[in-house]
Design a binder for this molecule. Structure first.
Ligand SMILES: N=[N+]=NCCCCNC(=O)[C@@H]1[C@H]2[C@H](O)[C@@H](O)[C@H](O)[C@@H](CO)[C@@H]12
Length: 448
């Protein structure tokens, strides 16, 4: 028996995207290249040779897309700023047309009564900074802070919600541990260093915001709850290692002042004893935490798997999305209750939640029927309501994503949008899930 669904009257419903995945025109009006421009240009890195040169052409179509958000009745829109549009060299001279684009986007959102929620870094590091070591260079904390100060000064009068980083785990695991994402490195020592520098940069930017900003700032992390495949000690230990590496690695230093001990055990001499002063910087007080929830993982011990010695166990009865993620809404409830138990009550936003399924437009009527995404959305709404009923202070929900977009190294083949994009014609078509989401927003979940 499912529990009654209820959301607080001021619950904030929105959608989320990121710059490189939707904007296109990466070098327009003086912008500099990012590491994703470079990564996509290397054959084999991105499925079908896809790249962000056009994507959803949002750079030119942002007014049309804001009108879509208004059509859906969204209260907020989470988007990221491309660092290299603002600072083509990553530091130094400001590119005014880059600032102007985001200023116009923010004004368009506000004109439609939609709150802008800005992510300062969503993976598209300026290539010029990567040439100087990127996240491996300790100076990046200052480079990032200088970049964020420009945005705080330019937009804090109109932007009330800032997030420093999007998913530092993915940046580190994909970009430096396994090389599956830009900049494509595969090095344990680099992964540890990049991870720590990301957190130093986060803390430094929050510190800067406290001098300049008047509203709220936080971080966005992906949380994937881990469940042991068996109660054997090996599997229980493996589950704890996986949880430490993916989930606790970024929130522990912020809220508990230290990294999980399992990391030093896993990384060995690749994990130095970081300076104590770094934890004072990283531990800046936050106004909220953004959580991206997609799936869970059932974990078993697997000694042959570098470096965590864990392996996922597929669940035969479960539904899996096009990205191979189990649909497991209970994991959303567990993520939120576990978060509150470990770090204490504080405002939380679900900054991303969604699913990739293949839903081609109907040839006759052009409608896009996406029943699996609708089923996933309904179940996640129930799970979110259950977490609220257990006292978790969830303030809002941003569906990932507004538009079908560039799914990083998976290209355009994996579609998360509630709005279908024809990448040849750039035509947007509301999927059935968009109509449902509009009803959820309009009724504050009462339609469910
Ligand atoms: N194995 N496994 N488990 C799931 C791990 C999820 C890690 N990836 C994300 O959360 C990315 C986040 C990103 O912000 C967005 O830019 C991406 O488009 C979405 C969809 O991929 C999600």
């Amino acid at each position: 028996m499912s529990k009654p669904i209820h959301f607080p009257p001021d619950f904030i419903w929105g959608s989320a995207t990121s710059a490189y995945q939707i904007e296109g025109s990466p070098l327009a009006d003086g912008a500099g290249p990012s590491i994703w421009q470079r990564f996509c240009a290397v054959p084999g890195n991105v499925r079908d040779g896809d790249n962000g040169d056009i994507a959803c052409d949002h750079y030119n179509r942002y007014k049309e897309d804001v009108a879509l958000m208004a059509r859906l009745g969204l209260k907020a829109y989470r988007f990221s700023v491309s660092w290299s549009r603002i600072l083509p060299q990553g530091r130094g001279a400001v590119n005014q047309p880059g600032l102007d684009f985001y200023s116009k986007l923010i004004d368009e959102l506000l004109a439609h009564g939609i709150e802008p929620m800005v992510t300062l870094y969503h993976w598209d590091l300026p290539a010029a900074l990567d040439d100087r070591g990127g996240w491996l260079n300790p100076d990046i904390a200052d480079w990032f802070t200088d970049y964020t100060r420009i945005l705080f000064k330019a937009f804090d009068g109109r932007v009330k919600s800032w997030a420093t980083l999007n998913e530092p785990w993915v940046v580190t695991d994909g970009g430096y541990m396994h090389g599956t994402l830009a900049p494509g490195h595969r090095n344990l020592h680099e992964a540890a260093l990049a991870s720590h520098n990301l957190m130093r940069a986060h803390g430094s930017a929050v510190q800067a915001y406290r001098e300049i900003g008047r509203h709220q700032i936080g971080i966005v992390v992906n949380i994937e709850p881990k469940y042991p495949a068996s109660q054997s000690q090996e599997d229980l230990d493996a589950t704890r290692r996986a949880d430490a590496y993916m989930n606790r690695q970024y929130l522990d230093p912020i809220f508990l002042g230290s990294y999980p001990p399992e990391l030093k055990q896993m990384f060995g001499d690749a994990w130095p004893d970081w300076p104590a002063a770094d934890f004072d910087l990283i531990g800046q007080k936050l106004d909220f935490v953004g959580i991206n929830y997609y799936t869970r993982s059932v974990v078993r011990n697997e000694p042959s798997n570098w470096p965590l010695k864990v392996a996922p166990v597929r669940q035969p009865q479960a539904t899996y999305t096009e990205t191979g993620w189990e649909v497991f809404p209970q994991g959303l409830t567990d993520t939120l209750t576990t978060f509150t138990q470990r770090y204490g009550p504080m405002p939380v936003y679900i900054m991303e939640n969604g699913s990739a399924f293949y839903d081609p437009p109907n040839a006759e009527n052009g409608r896009v029927h996406d029943p699996l995404r609708i089923d996933c959305l309904r179940k996640n709404m129930q799970a979110l309501s259950n977490a609220l009923a257990q006292g978790v202070d969830v303030r809002g929900y941003m569906v990932w994503s507004l538009l079908d977009n560039l799914e990083w190294s998976l290209g355009f083949a994996k579609r998360f949008g509630i709005v279908h994009v024809n990448f040849e014609t750039q035509q947007r078509t509301l999927k059935d899930s968009a109509y449902l989401y509009a009803d959820i927003v309009a009724s504050n979940g009462a339609c469910l």
